[in-house]
Ligand binder design. Structure first.
Ligand code: EPZ
Length: 422
């Protein structure tokens, strides 16, 4: 297994380029199952999750050809199987995103239940109940979702009881090939959901309300789509993570290819903590704070403060001058980083889904263990300011969602090395 060896205490400087968004690329790869022609996906991040989903599509009979590190050509015209098997789905729960496209195109599919993950139980009941409203017959057999819709899916009026990002994406893609109109209410508005809608609209699907929490989609009744080539939007969570790297070391750094619109809640929180910004079309520059103030965070759906930035801000709060309060509202177990940060001297007190972070305590290097993607990035951030040499183990979690992580940190002047255990 590999680990990152990080020497803390260094100021950062320079600039880093943000990659394409993993959480946009994943649904868009699944979307190619709706296309009659091959599709070139540009600005794809070179991360493990993308490879996992491409492998799944190949197992179904698609051809997935990487034209360079960040461009993927997918042709699903020869898909001969609708069985997404467990050994791939268990590695990456976002594989559930093939459920809607496969069912709407073929009228049947078997997709392994994703199972839980470190941050929570992560049910898919909202995905399944929406498909049933569209006429699907769903049963669970030996850990698989077995879905059939003999004459294809029918448009329906659906209210999501909770806002679900991949649930919204799955049903939007299913509705694109359904017969008749689908009216979705309480849809997620994340930029990644918006891009799925935009790519479908560019392929001729009539969708109104894009970017709002209410969509009306006219299905093509299983007529495959002419999906045009497109470029994946930049990764707002990767961008926020590098801004936190600048903030925690109180350094002036810039990030390129980021979309400031997608980062409003994060930028505002950093401003409230005392940081400044210079924002141009090409880049966002973070300006150091005179004093780093504590923060109050409540995670919520977009455009509110993103749960995927919670762990990073908890690390940042460790160097704030006072007590920060972080309320994690979306996932029931997204504080796995707390015990690892405590090994570095962090004073964080949990009361259910609320964490109080007593900032300003000295942080010491330690061996720590990554548990999930964003928690791992919080450990790297804390190691940047801990005195001495820290080791972040199980960095395969990081490799799932951060492209060229150590190269990017080195470009900012951090002392980071990827090493092999044993
Ligand atoms: C997406 O996960 C992201 N993953 C997650 O990012 C992100 O944390 C999450 O949205 C919230 O923003 C991808 O886009 C691939 P949800 P998703 O369905 O879609 C409950 C990362 O680090 N729920 O919006 O699985 C659920 O338990 C990952 O990149 C149901 O109850 O999240 C949670 O409490 C981690 N029933 C809430 O809704 C359902 O059927 C939000 O989950 C579906 C969800």
């Amino acid at each position: 297994m590999q680990y990152l060896q990080i020497n803390g205490g260094k100021k950062l400087s320079g600039e880093v380029s943000i990659s394409g968004a993993k959480n946009a690329a994943l649904p868009l790869i699944a979307l190619t199952l709706l296309s009659k022609n091959s599709v070139n996906l540009k600005n794809i991040p070179d991360v493990a999750d993308i490879k996992t989903l491409s492998k799944l599509l190949e197992n179904l009979g698609s051809t997935c050809e990487f034209l360079g590190k960040n461009e993927l050509k997918i042709d699903t015209s020869k898909v001969h199987s609708t069985m997404a098997n467990y050994d791939i789905v268990r590695k990456m729960r976002a594989s559930i995103l093939v459920l809607g496209p496969l069912l709407s195109r073929f009228g049947h599919c078997e997709v392994s239940l994703p199972g839980g993950c470190a941050i929570g139980q992560r049910p898919i009941d909202l995905h399944l109940s929406a498909l049933e409203k569209m006429g699907a017959n769903i049963s669970i057999k030996q850990g698989y979702v077995v879905a059939t819709a003999k004459n294809g899916l029918k448009g329906a009026k659906i209210v999501f009881d909770k806002i679900t990002v991949t649930g919204s994406e799955n049903i939007v893609m299913a509705a694109a090939l359904a017969k008749g109109q689908t009216h979705l209410i309480n849809v997620a508005k994340e930029p990644e959901v918006v891009q799925v809608c935009e790519v479908l609209a560019a392929a001729g699907v009539k969708i109104s309300g894009i970017g709002t929490d209410e969509l009306i989609i006219e299905g093509t009744d299983r007529e495959l789509l002419n999906v045009s080539d497109f470029s994946v939007i930049s990764d707002r969570i990767e961008a926020g993570t590098y801004l936190c790297a600048g903030a925690i070391t109180n350094s002036k750094i810039s990030i390129k290819n980021a979309n400031a619109q997608h980062l409003s809640a994060v930028l505002l929180k950093l401003e409230q903590m005392g940081f400044g910004f210079e924002i141009s079309d090409e880049k966002i520059t973070l300006l150091p704070a005179k004093t780093i103030k504590p923060c109050e965070i409540v995670t919520t759906e977009y455009p509110g403060f993103p749960t995927d930035m919670q762990a990073q801000f908890m690390a940042l709060s460790l160097v704030a001058d006072g007590v920060s309060v972080i309320d994690e509202r979306l996932f029931e177990n997204r504080f796995m980083h707390v015990s690892e940060l405590a090994r570095m001297g962090a004073d964080i007190r949990l009361n259910g889904h609320i964490a109080s972070v007593y900032g300003g305590k000295p942080l010491n290097s330690a061996d720590v263990m990554a548990t999930d993607l964003r928690a791992s990035s919080a450990l790297v951030l804390a190691a940047l300011v801990a005195s001495g040499t820290s080791k972040v183990h199980r960095i395969y979690h990081l490799d799932r969602g951060y492209e060229n992580l150590e190269e990017k940190f080195k470009a900012l002047g951090a002392d980071v090395l990827r090493r092999n255990d044993g």
